[in-house]
Design a protein around this ligand. Structure first.
Ligand code: 0GY
Length: 304
């Protein structure tokens, strides 16, 4: 089937620069996606956008170019609960990729087992209204109870203004809960302002809650402008991400978010995104925890 991408949708950055930051050996890109190709893996009917194709081969080429060893491929909303493209990529990666799936409450035990065998280690609950239709919390709680015995965790994506309403739901979940993109803070607010403090307090009080310190390109207002010719971009996001890395060094993950769904102003250079990492994790120890130890604990515990 042929798909026309949503008007205004930008293609991902075709020739990313080589990062200056050398990733520690065994680093994991813990948030990325594959899209289609639509011809083999059609986009879901209920999708809110149609992306450009972004194949597993292209993802693996980016992994090698940037210096990552492994990927965590997160199911994107344009594929709904049809996990075939993500599973196909995980299987093709020869153990170097794990997956995070989207499932419905009527998912069978056999399907969950097959997803596990393919490398899936989590499910994603998405609360971002421009991306998905509402799913009742009772349905999500049922799914959580089904996947907990598999040792999986739950990845949650929401807008900062919805944290108050979702907080009790998150804290009662029976697994590790990984928050996408720091709960999408408004980086024009101070890092110690009420909104981000509420998120920090949530993590402080609930040790089962982790955060991805990812997506500066989505959160930044100042954008990728280099400072004094240095590759120091997305400066306004740095204090937020650095705060989480320093306060919760064992509960943070990092990912490129390639191929960057729903960006319609500018596509980031993934090489520049990697050079954001030493700004938020300033020591070799923090870098190793963020990029190697933490994702390995969550996705490849049998290898440590
Ligand atoms: C992200 C962010 C977005 C989209 C999705 O599944 C998705 O469609 O995750 C977004 O639009 O903010 O994490 O990739």
């Amino acid at each position: 089937m042929k798909f026309e991408k949503t008007p205004g949708w930008l293609d991902w950055y075709a020739n990313p620069s080589k990062p200056h930051f050398v990733l520690p050996p065994g680093s994991v890109d813990a948030h990325c996606h594959v899209f289609g190709p639509g011809e083999h893996f059609p986009y879901a009917e209920e999708r809110k956008y149609t992306p450009c194709d972004a194949s597993k081969q292209q993802l693996f080429a980016l992994r090698d170019h940037l210096g990552f060893s492994r990927n965590v491929i997160v199911q994107a909303t344009c594929h709904g609960a049809d996990n075939r493209a993500m599973v196909d990529a995980c299987l093709a990666a020869n153990g170097k990729a794990r997956g995070v799936a989207t499932v419905r409450r009527d998912v069978s035990d056999e399907t969950l087992q097959a997803l596990h065998a393919a490398g899936v280690r989590g499910v994603r609950f998405n609360f971002v209204k421009r991306l998905v239709d509402f799913t009742p919390k009772a349905a999500l709680q049922e799914i959580a109870a089904r996947i907990a015995p598999l040792g999986w965790h739950i990845v949650v994506y929401f807008e900062a203004q919805d944290l108050g309403e979702l907080r009790d739901f998150f804290t009662a979940l029976p697994t590790v809960v990984v928050v996408d993109h720091m709960g999408r803070p408004d980086v024009r607010q101070p890092v110690d302002g009420p909104a981000f403090s509420a998120f920090v307090e949530l993590m402080t009080q609930h040790p089962h809650i982790w955060s991805k310190v990812s997506c500066p390109e989505r959160l930044s207002v100042t954008g990728p402008a280099a400072l004094n010719g240095e590759r120091q971009s997305y400066r306004d996001v740095v204090p937020f991400a650095r705060h989480l890395v320093e306060q919760f060094p064992d509960r943070v993950l990092w990912g490129t978010d390639w191929p960057h769904p729903n960006l319609n102003n500018a596509m980031p250079d993934d090489g520049l995104l990697v050079d954001f990492i030493p700004l938020i994790a300033e020591t070799a120890l923090l870098q190793r925890k963020l990029l190697v130890d933490n994702p390995m604990r969550l996705y490849w515990p049998e290898e440590i």
